[in-house]
Write a protein that binds this ligand. Structure first.
Ligand SMILES: [Fe+2]
Ligand SMILES: [Fe+2]
Length: 153
Protein backbone atom coordinates (compact mmCIF):
# COMPACT_ATOMS: atom_id res chain seq x y z
CA UNK A 1 0.00 0.00 0.00
CA UNK A 2 1.17 3.54 -0.66
CA UNK A 3 1.34 6.05 2.19
CA UNK A 4 -1.67 7.75 0.68
CA UNK A 5 -3.69 4.52 0.68
CA UNK A 6 -2.70 3.74 4.24
CA UNK A 7 -3.64 7.22 5.44
CA UNK A 8 -7.00 6.97 3.68
CA UNK A 9 -7.78 3.56 5.17
CA UNK A 10 -6.79 4.68 8.68
CA UNK A 11 -8.87 7.85 8.38
CA UNK A 12 -11.87 5.70 7.53
CA UNK A 13 -11.34 3.63 10.67
CA UNK A 14 -10.94 6.71 12.88
CA UNK A 15 -14.12 8.19 11.42
CA UNK A 16 -15.97 4.97 12.25
CA UNK A 17 -14.71 5.24 15.82
CA UNK A 18 -15.87 8.85 16.06
CA UNK A 19 -19.32 7.79 14.86
CA UNK A 20 -19.37 4.77 17.18
CA UNK A 21 -18.56 6.91 20.24
CA UNK A 22 -21.60 9.09 19.50
CA UNK A 23 -23.85 6.13 18.79
CA UNK A 24 -22.76 4.44 22.04
CA UNK A 25 -23.67 7.61 23.93
CA UNK A 26 -27.23 7.38 22.59
CA UNK A 27 -27.55 3.77 23.72
CA UNK A 28 -25.91 4.40 27.11
CA UNK A 29 -28.24 7.33 27.83
CA UNK A 30 -31.29 5.16 27.23
CA UNK A 31 -30.41 1.89 28.94
CA UNK A 32 -31.21 1.45 32.65
CA UNK A 33 -29.66 -1.98 33.26
CA UNK A 34 -26.49 -1.19 35.17
CA UNK A 35 -24.39 -4.09 33.88
CA UNK A 36 -25.21 -3.49 30.23
CA UNK A 37 -24.68 0.24 30.64
CA UNK A 38 -21.21 -0.33 32.14
CA UNK A 39 -20.16 -2.72 29.40
CA UNK A 40 -21.26 -0.29 26.69
CA UNK A 41 -19.37 2.48 28.46
CA UNK A 42 -16.22 0.30 28.33
CA UNK A 43 -16.75 -0.29 24.62
CA UNK A 44 -17.18 3.43 24.03
CA UNK A 45 -13.86 3.93 25.82
CA UNK A 46 -12.23 1.32 23.53
CA UNK A 47 -13.36 3.37 20.54
CA UNK A 48 -11.80 6.48 22.08
CA UNK A 49 -8.54 4.57 22.48
CA UNK A 50 -8.70 3.44 18.85
CA UNK A 51 -8.99 7.08 17.81
CA UNK A 52 -5.98 8.02 19.95
CA UNK A 53 -3.89 5.05 18.79
CA UNK A 54 -4.66 5.27 15.06
CA UNK A 55 -4.60 9.03 14.53
CA UNK A 56 -0.77 9.42 14.81
CA UNK A 57 -0.35 6.89 11.98
CA UNK A 58 -2.47 9.09 9.71
CA UNK A 59 -0.04 11.91 10.41
CA UNK A 60 2.93 9.60 9.80
CA UNK A 61 1.56 8.74 6.37
CA UNK A 62 1.28 12.41 5.47
CA UNK A 63 -2.38 13.23 6.10
CA UNK A 64 -4.51 14.80 8.83
CA UNK A 65 -6.68 12.66 11.13
CA UNK A 66 -10.42 13.39 10.85
CA UNK A 67 -11.81 16.09 13.15
CA UNK A 68 -13.89 14.79 16.05
CA UNK A 69 -17.26 15.29 14.39
CA UNK A 70 -19.63 12.95 12.56
CA UNK A 71 -19.66 12.75 8.76
CA UNK A 72 -22.95 12.19 6.93
CA UNK A 73 -22.98 8.46 7.64
CA UNK A 74 -22.18 9.30 11.25
CA UNK A 75 -25.18 11.60 11.52
CA UNK A 76 -27.41 8.83 10.18
CA UNK A 77 -25.95 6.25 12.55
CA UNK A 78 -26.31 8.55 15.53
CA UNK A 79 -29.85 9.57 14.62
CA UNK A 80 -30.99 6.00 14.00
CA UNK A 81 -29.43 4.82 17.24
CA UNK A 82 -31.10 7.66 19.17
CA UNK A 83 -34.54 6.85 17.78
CA UNK A 84 -34.26 3.11 18.44
CA UNK A 85 -32.69 3.57 21.87
CA UNK A 86 -35.73 5.52 23.07
CA UNK A 87 -37.79 2.37 22.43
CA UNK A 88 -35.91 0.47 25.13
CA UNK A 89 -32.95 -1.77 25.85
CA UNK A 90 -33.61 -4.35 23.15
CA UNK A 91 -33.86 -1.76 20.37
CA UNK A 92 -30.82 0.11 21.71
CA UNK A 93 -28.82 -3.12 21.57
CA UNK A 94 -30.14 -3.97 18.12
CA UNK A 95 -29.07 -0.57 16.84
CA UNK A 96 -25.60 -1.05 18.34
CA UNK A 97 -25.48 -4.57 16.90
CA UNK A 98 -25.90 -3.21 13.41
CA UNK A 99 -23.37 -0.42 14.10
CA UNK A 100 -20.85 -2.95 15.40
CA UNK A 101 -21.40 -5.22 12.39
CA UNK A 102 -20.26 -2.29 10.28
CA UNK A 103 -17.17 -1.54 12.38
CA UNK A 104 -16.31 -5.25 12.54
CA UNK A 105 -16.51 -5.59 8.77
CA UNK A 106 -14.23 -2.60 8.27
CA UNK A 107 -11.70 -3.52 10.95
CA UNK A 108 -11.59 -7.13 9.77
CA UNK A 109 -10.81 -6.01 6.23
CA UNK A 110 -8.20 -3.56 7.52
CA UNK A 111 -6.54 -6.27 9.63
CA UNK A 112 -5.92 -8.31 6.46
CA UNK A 113 -4.04 -5.52 4.65
CA UNK A 114 -0.28 -5.16 4.19
CA UNK A 115 0.71 -2.70 6.95
CA UNK A 116 4.10 -1.96 8.47
CA UNK A 117 4.48 -4.28 11.49
CA UNK A 118 3.79 -1.68 14.19
CA UNK A 119 0.64 -0.43 12.46
CA UNK A 120 -0.61 -3.98 11.89
CA UNK A 121 -0.21 -4.73 15.58
CA UNK A 122 -2.45 -1.82 16.54
CA UNK A 123 -5.04 -2.49 13.82
CA UNK A 124 -5.26 -6.14 14.89
CA UNK A 125 -5.67 -5.19 18.54
CA UNK A 126 -8.49 -2.81 17.59
CA UNK A 127 -10.11 -5.49 15.42
CA UNK A 128 -10.02 -7.86 18.43
CA UNK A 129 -11.79 -5.23 20.56
CA UNK A 130 -14.46 -4.86 17.89
CA UNK A 131 -15.03 -8.61 17.81
CA UNK A 132 -15.47 -8.59 21.60
CA UNK A 133 -17.99 -5.74 21.37
CA UNK A 134 -20.14 -7.54 18.84
CA UNK A 135 -19.92 -10.88 20.67
CA UNK A 136 -21.15 -9.27 23.89
CA UNK A 137 -24.05 -7.54 22.15
CA UNK A 138 -25.04 -10.73 20.27
CA UNK A 139 -24.92 -12.76 23.48
CA UNK A 140 -26.85 -10.16 25.47
CA UNK A 141 -29.61 -10.03 22.86
CA UNK A 142 -29.85 -13.83 23.07
CA UNK A 143 -29.90 -14.12 26.87
CA UNK A 144 -31.90 -10.92 27.54
CA UNK A 145 -30.62 -10.37 31.10
CA UNK A 146 -32.54 -7.08 31.47
CA UNK A 147 -35.81 -9.03 31.59
CA UNK A 148 -34.84 -11.05 34.66
CA UNK A 149 -33.24 -8.17 36.56
CA UNK A 150 -36.56 -6.99 37.94
CA UNK A 151 -34.93 -4.66 40.48
CA UNK A 152 -34.27 -2.05 37.82
CA UNK A 153 -36.67 -3.11 35.05
FE1 LIG B 1 -12.70 1.06 16.79
FE1 LIG C 1 -16.90 -1.49 18.69
Amino acid sequence: MTNEQMAKELKGLVQLDIDAIRAYQQAIDNIDDFTIKSRLTEFQQDHRRHMTDLSPFVTRFGDKPPADKPDMKGFLIQGMTAIRSKMGTEQALKAMQSNERLTNRNYREAASMAWPADVLLVVQRCADDERRHLEYIDRTLQTRPWESSGAHA
